[in-house]
Design a protein around this ligand. Sequence first.
Ligand code: G
Ligand code: G
Ligand code: MN
Ligand code: NA
Length: 254
Amino acid sequence: LAIEGALRQALAHEELRVAYQPLVRTSDARPIGAEALLRWTSPTLGEVSPTEFIKVAEETGLIVPIGAWVLDQAVAEAARLRAEGYGAFQIAVNVSVRQFRGGDLAGLVSDTLKRHDFPAAGLELELTESLLLDVTPAITTTLQSLSALGVRLSLDDFGTGYSALSYLKTFPFDILKVDRSFIRDISSAPDSGALARAIIAMARGLGLATIVEGVETEEQCAFARAEDCDIMQGFLFGKAMTPADLRRMLDEKA
Ligand code: G
Ligand code: G
Ligand code: MN
Ligand code: NA
């Protein structure tokens, strides 16, 4: 595989970078944090789509060292932002199932937070339903250790996988990210948004915070506000951007 070979070189040759997509508080439209999203420009393959190379990284196990690197970069950036006075900046990092098998994930997270003197409560780890498909005792223990550190756990892309709703009560999740497919066709039609509305209400009933993903229009933004969703994310506010662009946005919206 061309991608696999090139990806093995990528970390060592500094071809990877982390981009940051703003997370916006619904109540006052302020950016309060960002999701770290990995980007790769390969000298031979050009700009490779994350959906494509993350799949390869997961299959080969390369996601273990790459994931540790993303976590380090993202927490370091968030610590700098806090030191520069950007409030209680929150950082969200995606974690693959494979990283739960690659060693001591809770230890890695704890060490990373200590190294950058960053509070656990400022870090959100985004997990997908695939983690819960065949959950092992080791996965359960790791989730509990992460939660005990004070890190917040979110269930990403909610509603697209094979979720048994009981997962939400069995595991220590703090945040539910409503997949963007549920708000894609929001309109003035009376039944549009019914599923998103039900998911948000259920999350609230379980004491989970909610993030609505894929907010691209004012109409979708108004929907999130009307439904009292906590945080919004989407192209209406910004795509994944460089740290410099993120600072410009935080300065403008301060
Ligand atoms: O940035 P974009 O929306 O194109 O990302 C595509 C997919 O890649 C998403 O599912 C996203 O969660 C995933 N992704 C992006 N960065 C990371 C990362 O650092 N680690 C993992 N595991 N997944 C990531
Ligand atoms: O799976 P996860 O939710 O982590 O993936 C995040 C992906 O969603 C990124 O690739 C990001 O580029 C994409 N994304 C973020 N906001 C929007 C949006 O408003 N519209 C669309 N179509 N994609 C988005
Ligand atoms: Mn995500
Ligand atoms: Na998502």
